[in-house]
Write a protein that binds this ligand. Structure first.
Ligand SMILES: NC(=O)c1ccc[n+]([C@@H]2O[C@H](COP(=O)([O-])OP(=O)(O)OC[C@H]3O[C@@H](n4cnc5c(N)ncnc54)[C@H](OP(=O)(O)O)[C@@H]3O)[C@@H](O)[C@H]2O)c1
Length: 330
């Protein structure tokens, strides 16, 4: 039985990675932390592994007690942080720490998969609307993206550590909590039209992302990065329109001009110190919203792995809404 370690296993994407690994008959080690909510990791075959990425000595000790893995998927990461430097600590320094521990204890026999993001490369150009591809010079526009890029660079600097980098665009699906805000608003007959027009957006349904991860992981390919999207380009209204149609809701549309979005982000950023919660809207998010071209090149996935997404936004949103309803989120 092949062994796999999946970090960030309890999160949105992580929990689907765990399910797929179990389906494929792997012995699954779920990397979590003491405080992690494991409500989606109920299968008794899962071996829970607490990892403290912050304390390198302790991490070395924890890793030394683990078996040698065929594959490690380092999926843990921070998408919302209190301070800019927290992105670098969580997404870069902790990634480096786990890589260094795995290398020094010789715990990866086949391949290390890093869950990066389209944000590491940033948006495409606004004039020609080119699709962002691996041959482009990365131009991240957020601290989050920059921290992901740092990890990619570190990984690529290691000559004898076979890896694959996965760069998903926006991921959606059951259990997802940030985009859920849009579903909730529309369910309450409210639609916010943010003042950034002519956007070209891309999406990937979580199950398709997981499929791409396992296809690349189980192949003989190493040391390459892949953007993952469903291959379609959507405009800024597509997501809201599809949710609205599928929920059968009429909405009051509130147009929020650009400067107001920035102001809201300011309040949102300030409020986090009172509520001690990460807000959905922050300056990083506004920087992303202001960029119009979020197309990415998934043709290498298609050409090399015959990858085909099973879900477009319509089908994926349908399944997502079903889950939100069944789970009484909506
Ligand atoms: N969702 C997207 O649209 C998207 C797009 C591109 C890339 N990604 C990447 O995909 C990965 C998973 O994201 P997600 O959307 O599934 O987010 P999520 O639901 O918030 O899951 C994040 C996971 O990482 C863990 N984690 C976060 N900070 C950590 C830390 N400092 N130490 C240890 N574990 C930590 C979390 O553990 P706790 O539950 O204990 O906090 C959780 O298991 C991330 O690397 C993210 O950057 C996501």
């Amino acid at each position: 039985m092949k062994k796999i370690l999946i970090t960030g296993a309890n999160g949105f994407i992580g929990s689907f990675l765990v399910e797929e690994a179990l389906k494929r008959n792997y012995e699954v080690y779920a990397g979590i932390r003491k405080t992690s909510n494991t409500e989606y990791l109920t299968d008794p075959r899962i071996k829970f592994t607490e990892l403290d990425f912050a304390d390198t000595n302790f991490l070395d000790l924890q890793v030394s007690k683990l078996p040698c893995f065929d594959f490690v998927i380092h999926n843990a990461g921070t998408t919302k942080a209190f301070k800019k430097k927290d992105y670098f600590i969580s997404n870069y320094q902790y990634t480096k720490n786990i890589i260094d521990a795995l290398i020094s204890k010789k715990k990866v026999s086949n391949k290390f998969i890093y869950m990066s993001s389209l944000a590491a490369y940033g948006p495409g150009d606004t004039l020609q609307h080119n699709v962002v591809s691996s041959t482009d010079t990365p131009k991240p526009v957020t601290s989050y993206g920059k921290s992901k890029l740092e990890s990619e660079k570190y990984l690529c600097s290691l000559t004898e550590f076979p890896h694959i980098i996965i760069r998903p665009t926006v991921v959606y699906g059951p259990r997802e909590k940030d985009l859920f805000t849009i579903f909730k608003l529309i369910n309450n007959n409210l639609e916010l039209l943010v003042g950034f027009k002519n956007q070209q957006l891309t999406f990937i349904y979580v199950k398709d992302l997981v499929k791409a991860v396992f296809q690349t992981m189980e192949s003989i390919v190493i040391n390459k990065g892949y953007f993952v999207s469903d291959g379609n380009v959507y405009d800024a209204q597509s997501l809201g329109d599809i949710i609205k149609k599928q929920l059968g809701k009429k909405t009051v549309r509130i147009y929020v001009p650009k400067h107001l979005v920035r102001l809201l982000a300011l309040f949102s950023e300030a409020s986090k110190y009172l509520t001690c919660k990460q807000p959905v809207l922050n300056f990083d998010k506004v920087n992303e919203l202001e960029c119009v071209n979020w197309k990415c090149d998934n043709t290498p996935l298609i050409d090399e792995f015959n990858f085909k997404s099973d879900y477009d936004l319509n089908k994926g949103i349908f399944e997502t809404i079903e889950w939100y309803k069944k789970s009484k989120w909506l």
